[in-house]
Write a protein that binds this ligand. Structure first.
Ligand SMILES: [Mg+2]
Length: 188
């Protein structure tokens, strides 16, 4: 039986167009490296304005111009020969939870378009990532990595730089900087 890998989408496989759409909304020119936290809503202002942004965001397709992370596609394709790959991605947006359907659609269509080797029956859309059992998990957020998984790989991202070695060690997590490192760990 093949081993199971849970792979996150955003900031692991691709950079979605979230920040571009936010910049368009605000008339700004923020870059990912301007932030150290995952949730960047506070820069938008009041809760009312934040909700207004999410309504605006959901009128766009954040995956139309998503930027694939170097090596993600090639390595996933190689891994798919030895592992069962499950994409595990959150699709419910905070603040506009019940209006999030379009995000499910945009992510699903992106995955189908870009990754012909990914089985559509192995796509999991949930914000509750800690309920799964698998052999390997690749994600960029520590709060998503508290489940019963043997090998946990934290993908380096703008918002997780401040996580200490001790925190990683305590949670049995290895930080990986890129897909080459993932390949070296999982296909040795
Ligand atoms: Mg992510």
């Amino acid at each position: 039986m093949k081993k199971k890998i849970l792979v996150d989408l955003d900031y692991v496989i691709c950079y979605p167009g979230f920040l571009k759409i936010l910049n368009d909304f605000l008339g700004t020119d923020y870059k990912e490296e301007d932030f150290t936290e995952y949730i960047i809503d506070p820069i938008i202002g009041t809760q009312e304005k934040i909700n207004e942004f999410y309504e605006y965001y959901l009128k766009h397709d954040g995956y139309k111009d998503a930027v694939l992370i170097d090596g993600a596609k090639e390595t996933l394709e190689k891994l798919s020969k030895n592992y069962d790959i499950y994409i595990c991605s959150a699709c419910v947006m905070y603040g506009v939870e019940r209006k999030s359907a379009k995000l499910f659609k945009d992510k699903f269509e992106y995955l189908m378009r870009e990754f012909p080797f990914i089985d559509p029956e192995k796509i999991i859309f949930t914000n509750s990532k800690n309920i799964f059992k698998a052999d390997v998990q690749i994600d960029d957020r520590l709060p998503n990595m508290l489940g019963d998984i043997k090998v946990k790989l934290l993908f380096d991202a703008y918002h997780n730089k401040n996580i200490t070695e001790k925190e990683l060690l305590d949670n049995n997590i290895i930080r990986v900087k890129n897909w080459k490192e993932i390949e070296a760990i999982l296909l040795k």
